[in-house]
Design a protein around this ligand. Sequence first.
Ligand code: GAR
Length: 202
Amino acid sequence: WSRIAVFASGQGSNFAALAAAQRGGRLGSGRIELLVSDKPEAPVAQRAEEAGVPSLLLRPKDFASRELYEAEIVAELQRREIGLIVLAGYMRLITPTLLVPYAGRIINIHPSLLPAFAGKDAIGQALDYGVKLTGVTVHFVDGGMDTGPVIAQRGVQVEEQDTVESLAERIHQVEYELYPQVVAEMAAGRVGLTGRKTVIRK
Ligand code: GAR
């Protein structure tokens, strides 16, 4: 459980927050051993290089199917004895090729209070809907889009003058704090699951 692969497709600010948490001793026994990205040109690849984390950068369209793309990832994860997969802005659905060997060992962070505003542009969706409270959810990953059992949530107030940028900024700050905490609990094997209910064992 301590050997972690982070999956990301974009800016990688959560990747950077997790790497900083590890350096600061806030990731418990967690060690980020690999970055996996489906967007080789995304800024997160540079972040991994700066953090001294090796990366596996694969374009799904270079593979004949999603299953073959994921099979290549699974082989690399097994070679590196990865025990925990942490999705941080990885904008693809996960198929059984990855879900089966890593059942209960894949988590995701999403910028809303799920089940509200799943999918893309959760922050824009929350603003458009006009909710007064949104937030951050960390959850187990299943085959759906942002649908697995919830591990932790934090609320963020929406202010009258908020734009997508200003709200995203406050949500991100909460993500950078919450995700390392949950990853540390996962790495310690303290997150249990009964049906859809998760418990953090002390
Ligand atoms: C984060 O806000 C994360 O919650 C979101 O993507 C962003 C990635 O930012 N994830 C999703 O919307 C998943 N459905 P980052 O690349 O700077 O970490």
